[in-house]
Structures are given as C-alpha cells and as structure tokens.
Design a protein around this ligand. Structure first.
Ligand code: 1CP
Length: 356
C-alpha cells in the first residue's frame, strides 16, 4: 500500500497523545461533530440527500471542515457514513431522515451473502474530497478517516435497518455460523478496501466504529466478531497510521475490543476512564484512551460542564500514572445529539483546552 499524500505532522496534539508524548494542549474532537447541530450544515445540505452528499467531493470537504472552523477541534472526522462503501459497491441502501440506514433487501441467507457485491472500484468523490480537506487543515489538525466494523454493518444488512435488540443478527450467528462468518469475511473485504482508499488519499488516523458491539456478550464477541475486526486492523497495520476502535455500552467488552489491535480504545460515559484503562491493561496492553463525556452534558451550563471535564481529565491522568494507559484524547462517549446547541460544543472545546 503506498500512501502518496501522507502529511508529515510534527505539531499535532492528537498525534502527540497517541505517541505517548505530552501534547501542547489536550486534543479533542467530538463524534458526529459535523451534521445537524450546525446551522451551516443544514444550509449546505438543503435539498441534497444524506448519501448523495457523501459522494460529492466539494460538499463532503466543506461539511468535514465546518466544525473544525467553528469549534477549534484538534481533528476533523471525514464526513461520510458507515454504509457508504456498501452503497458504492451496489447494495440498495438509503439513509432515511430521522431513522438511519435502511436496506431494500435484507441479507438473511447464504445465497444473500453470496449475492453481496464487492467494492471493486474506488468510492466516487471520496479521494477528491479528502484531498480538498487536507489542503485546508493546518498541520496541527489531523484528519480522521473511518469505517463501520463488520458486526455493526452486518446488523444493518440483516435487520434491514436500525434495530433495538439486534435479534435477527444474533439468531443468524447462532443458528448458521458458517453463513455468519462468510458474511463477516465479505464485509472485512469491503471495509479494508474503503479504508485503503482513504489511507492512500492521505488520512492521518482511522477509527473503526463497532457502535452496536455492546449488545453482545463477551463470549459472542470473541467467537463471532473479534477475529474479523482483528483481521481489519492487521491488514491496515502496514500503512502505519494510528488506529482507533470504538463501540457504545462496551464496558464489559473493553478488554476484548482492545485485543483487536487498535492503538486507541474509545470509552463511553458509563465507565470511568481509570476503570476502563484497568480493564484494557489487564486483558491486552496499555492503550491510549478516547472519551468519555456524556453527550447530554452539552445541555448543562458551564459549571456542570467544567466539573465533568475536570473529572474526566483527572481519571485519565490517574490511568496514565498507574501505567494502565499511555495517553488521552478527549471526546464524547458517543455522538453529538442532533439538537445540541452549536455554541455549547464550542464552549466545551474551549473548556477542555483551558482546564489543566
Ligand atoms: O440527514 C442527516 O443529516 C442524517 C444524519 C447522519 C449523519 C450526519 C447519518 C445517518 N450519518 C451521518 C454522518 C456520519 N455517520 C459520520 C460523519 C459525521 C461526524 O461524525 O461528524 C459518521 C462518523 C457516521 C458513522 C455512523 N453512521 C455510525 C457510527 C457512529 C455512531 O454514531 O455510532 C453509525 C452507527 C451510522 C449509521 C447511521 N447513519 C445515520 C444515522 C442516523 C445512523 C444511526 C442509526 C441507528 O441508530 O441505528
């Protein structure tokens, strides 16, 4: 894999934190920092479908950069979606406003798995969009690319859309393990192709979102999911960019998720960072932590917010001092809620930078 456009960033706080150096300020970015919380996003997206916008290079670059300009975050996250590579491969998927990804035909049998298209051509607009973003970022700001992990993608394909309990997905893995693993292998190929394209276009860091992994028991995760996520991290290891792994409600899975091979493990707000680091260190090795402010705290005032930020920074410090973690990237425990005030996000970023 050749990375033709890799930037040499010597002063990016986020890369310093990942490398175990002391950053000049606490690096922070927020999952879902682009999107509905920003009036300028609602304006440029008007009349354009969510998925369509992901294939339009100028638009995806503009939307990616909006939160960086407004909030002074230390990273941009590529504006795309976990179902973009499926759509580009030819899967009939749409993103329905207020709901999420919906499949025209769910994948539920071995024949459905065999019929899944492969991602054989570059995703249209993606490389051009990334080039546009990199041209605008300062060299202390990184671009994070991403993909959905195979389990989370499989859930959308099997359930046919967003699901509360993931019951058909779990039923398939337990009743037809061969079909399950065949599906996961196909998704690994698609995810690796999507990430390789982003890496070749010059992303600085990547994050694998296994958003719904927290619905699994540790036993299910180890048997049906971990080998496939591990495969992804190992296939892109040679590219040499830092790798982040994140899921929601994964307190009971942190150790297992850390074994998949990422350098950074994302933690939601349910587990304090020092406790999360203990679990990760006991199962795998010391990692960089990412998290873990509750997105609901962006609806409180400055006093509560400041207190929460102090507590989280203190917990991260304790984890690092104990040798259970090697660094900390500040983030939310999950994405910005759509009705969050943009000003509250800017304020939180400023407090995170200013608090010791
Ligand atoms: O019209 C709109 O604005 C739709 C809302 C929206 C947006 C802004 C969707 C639909 N996707 C996105 C962009 C997106 N998706 C980004 C880039 C923006 C950023 O982070 O700043 C990213 C990283 C994603 C990744 C994504 N999509 C995940 C993993 C992250 C997470 O939140 O856990 C998941 C699970 C999806 C599926 C999805 N796409 C959209 C929605 C509403 C959902 C979730 C649906 C569900 O609850 O199952």
């Amino acid at each position: 894999m050749s990375s033709t456009a890799r930037r040499q960033l010597s002063s990016a706080p986020l890369l310093d934190a990942i490398a175990g150096r002391t950053p000049t300020r606490t690096p922070v970015w927020f999952m879902r920092q682009a999107g509905r919380s920003l009036p300028e996003y609602r304006q440029v997206r008007e009349g354009i479908g969510m998925l369509d916008s992901c294939f339009m290079p100028e638009l995806l670059a503009e939307i990616t950069l909006q939160p960086v300009r407004r909030h002074d975050v230390d990273a941009a996250i590529l504006f795309s979606d976990i179902v973009v590579p499926l759509k580009a491969a030819g899967v009939n998927v749409d993103i329905v406003a207020g709901r999420g990804p919906v499949m025209e035909t769910p994948v539920r049998s071995r024949a459905d798995v065999e019929a899944l298209p492969r991602l054989e051509a570059p995703v249209p607009g993606l490389s051009e969009g990334i080039a546009g973003i990199l041209g605008e970022l300062r060299d202390d700001q990184v671009l994070i690319g991403f993909a959905g992990a195979p389990f989370t993608l499989a859930s959308y394909l099997i359930e046919g859309g967003p699901s509360k309990a993931h019951q058909r997905t779990k039923a398939l893995m337990h009743t037809e393990p061969d079909t399950w693993h065949a599906l996961m292998e196909r998704l690994v190929e698609i995810v690796v192709a999507f990430l390789r394209q982003q890496i070749e276009a010059g992303i600085d860091v990547m994050q694998l979102f296994d958003s719904w992994a927290g619905y699994l028991s540790a036993k299910e995760y180890r048997e049906y999911v971990l080998p496939h996520s591990t495969q992804i991290f190992s296939e892109i290891e040679q590219a040499g960019i830092p790798r982040i792994h994140f899921g929601v409600t994964t307190g009971e899975l942190l150790g297992d998720m850390a074994l998949a091979g990422a350098d950074v493990v994302g933690v939601d707000w349910r587990v304090p960072l020092d406790e999360a680091a203990r679990r990760i260190h006991a199962a795998a090795s010391s990692k960089v932590l990412q998290g873990n402010l509750d997105p609901a705290m962006l609806f409180t005032g400055e006093d509560v917010l400041r207190g929460e930020i102090r507590r989280i920074k203190e917990e991260a410090r304790r984890a690092i001092e104990a040798g259970h973690a090697t660094g900390h990237i500040f983030n939310l425990g999950h994405g910005v809620l759509p009705d969050t005030q943009a000003e509250a996000i800017t304020k939180a970023v400023a407090l995170i930078h200013e608090e010791a």
